[in-house]
Ligand binder design. Sequence first.
Ligand code: DX5
Ligand code: ZN
Length: 230
Amino acid sequence: MARLSDKIAPSILSADFAKLGEEVDNVLASGAEIVHFDVMDNHYVPNLTIGPLVCDALRKHGVTAEIDVHMMVKPVDRIIPDFAKAGATYITFHPEASEHIDRSLQLIRSEGCKSGLVFNPATPLSHLDYVLDKVDMILLMSVNPGFGGQSFIPATMDKLRACRKLIDDSGLDIRLEIDGGVKVDNIAEIKAAGADTFVAGSGIFGFPEDGDANRYDTIVGKMLAELAKV
Ligand code: DX5
Ligand code: ZN
């Protein structure tokens, strides 16, 4: 199985919510390809963000790019169909948040979306043992979930290498996404360890360049240039 193409997935958690549609349009025009959509419930994680209404609003605004819904909510099953109807492409969840992981993965696919499991820094990859054929994406958290702007946890590099091997050995078409503390200065090393999908929130939305034709051209361009080196 050939390695999947690199994709940058800006986390809109760090965007300006007062003009979200414009922010998403701009960041996609800069060369980023996936909209990373962080859903937090003040229960599974100690923060509260956005839900299906906002996903639906982005679709109605005209966003056609893939929307990668990262659910940091517990439980997960009740809200999955709502995100599918709202236009999610990927729906991922944390194994600790579902009583029946296999059922939740099947539910996501049955709703017509791509499915994924998310691993916190201390969560072992063994949750994948019997469900690898039911995931389209594996998301490794390189920070503890709940907030943008945290520092990359270095032990994630070994976990990325282990996960890369797991995917390659399986021959399955699974994206390997990394989320948390991804910046221009570590993205190449993260790719070398095995990731193909790179979430960046503060690393992108924290660096708008007013002189650019598009506010995010410079920062996304720098990330793509780093990826091209590996
Ligand atoms: C954290 C979220 C991340 C976060 C990443 O729980 O899942 O997607 O927004 O933010 P940065 O890139 O700032 O670490
Ligand atoms: Zn996320």
